[in-house]
Design a protein around this ligand. Structure first.
Ligand SMILES: NC(=O)c1ccc[n+]([C@@H]2O[C@H](COP(=O)([O-])OP(=O)(O)OC[C@H]3O[C@@H](n4cnc5c(N)ncnc54)[C@H](OP(=O)(O)O)[C@@H]3O)[C@@H](O)[C@H]2O)c1
Length: 322
């Protein structure tokens, strides 16, 4: 009975087809800053609630816990590996071509998986190679590595050739970097994971990605409430509260639905069971075009994730508007 109910919930999460034919659920669980037992519990609760798409990264330091949670849900018969869509990301200190396959293998070992569904280049710029994930000089400045993401991509393609991942993609790449990558790529990126929320709708970049057959995943889809940059979160603005009231939904659900209706897959992070449930219940209503426009007007274009410490790096993505 339980699995029947879960199948019905699952059916409500639409999928998007990649250019290579593989499919990605249009809503995933974000896991940045989900640590230890909380990360594992959140993943298990999310799978029970119908999530099939889990987003992690080597940098988050939680691949092992997430892998254990996945293994538990497969062993208890709730899901099969094939039901799930697992994304992780290559960190910036492993951008040299020869470092990419070993980094992917390390993530697979952490997760306890034989293959990934999607492996992303986390950022277009590289950091100094070595064990330190955030290498800094004595003055606290980040240390850049001059590896070109075009070189990194050859390593990503090798991950596909070796069957380590079904699909490869990029994250935080701007329009110029996408064009340049496509000029030499033998395997096209199927996805660009970028920040998308009511403050930063990324319409131009999303449009460019669509034209290039690249699907878009939206990170910080709730605008990361309580973000360290102090960017005003518009979830409790009167516009959001009024639309939420009309649909008998919460402002967070309206924000996620807004991202989804932009044809972007939101990956809200939560370790709170009630919110994990709330965040998947966005497929039973539709925002009108007037409501979409009213939310669009709230946008200021400010980023929650700006990685400003890397702003002088050669391949820093945010020095052009999109
Ligand atoms: N590719 C990249 O460079 C990149 C960068 C940033 C993020 N990401 C990915 O995107 C995911 C999402 O981004 P994010 O975690 O930065 O921000 P987010 O999903 O916009 O916001 C997460 C925050 O919102 C809270 N929250 C969750 N559901 C809520 C709800 N229904 N109502 C009110 N508050 C709610 C969470 O608290 P609780 O957990 O306490 O419930 C958490 O503090 C990450 O976890 C990560 O997987 C990728």
């Amino acid at each position: 009975m339980q699995s029947f109910v879960l199948m019905i919930i699952m059916a409500n999460v639409p999928t998007v087809a990649f250019s290579n034919g593989h499919k990605m659920p249009m809503l995933g669980l974000g896991t940045a800053k989900s640590k230890n037992k909380d990360a594992a519990r959140a993943v298990k609760e999310a799978i029970d609630l119908g999530y099939r798409h889990i987003d992690t990264a080597f940098f988050y330091g939680n691949e092992k816990e997430i892998g254990e949670a996945i293994r538990e849900k497969i062993e208890d018969g709730c899901v099969t590996r094939e039901d799930l869509f697992i994304t992780t990301k290559l960190w910036n200190n492993c951008h040299k071509e020869e470092h990419v396959v070993p980094a992917c293998e390390k993530s697979l070992a952490n997760l306890g998986l034989k293959y990934l569904d999607l492996y992303l280049v986390h950022w277009p710029f590289a950091l100094k190679e070595g064990d330190n994930l955030i290498p800094q000089d004595k003055s606290g400045n980040l240390i850049e590595s001059d590896v070109d993401y075009v070189e990194t991509w050859r390593g990503m393609e090798e991950c596909v050739h070796q069957g380590l991942t079904r699909s490869i993609g990029i994250s935080n790449f701007n329009s110029e970097q996408i064009s340049r990558l496509l000029e030499s790529a033998k395997i096209a990126p199927v996805n660009n994971q970028i920040e998308v929320n009511i403050n930063l709708n990324q319409e131009k970049l999303v449009d460019i990605c669509k034209k290039r057959n690249i699907t878009v995943t939206g990170y910080c889809p709730l605008g990361h409430p309580g973000n360290a940059l102090g960017i005003e979160n518009k979830l409790d603005s009167s516009v959001m509260l009024n639309i939420a009231k009309k649909h008998n939904k919460t402002p967070a659900q309206i924000a996620l639905r807004y991202v989804f209706q932009k044809e972007v897959a939101p990956i809200p992070k939560s370790i709170t069971k009630s919110r994990i449930k709330e965040n998947i219940e966005i497929f039973d209503f539709t925002l009108t075009s007037d409501e979409m426009n009213a939310i669009r007007k709230l946008g200021t274009g400010e980023r929650v994730v700006d990685f400003a410490k890397a702003k002088n790096f050669k391949y820093f993505p945010f020095n052009i508007p999109f």
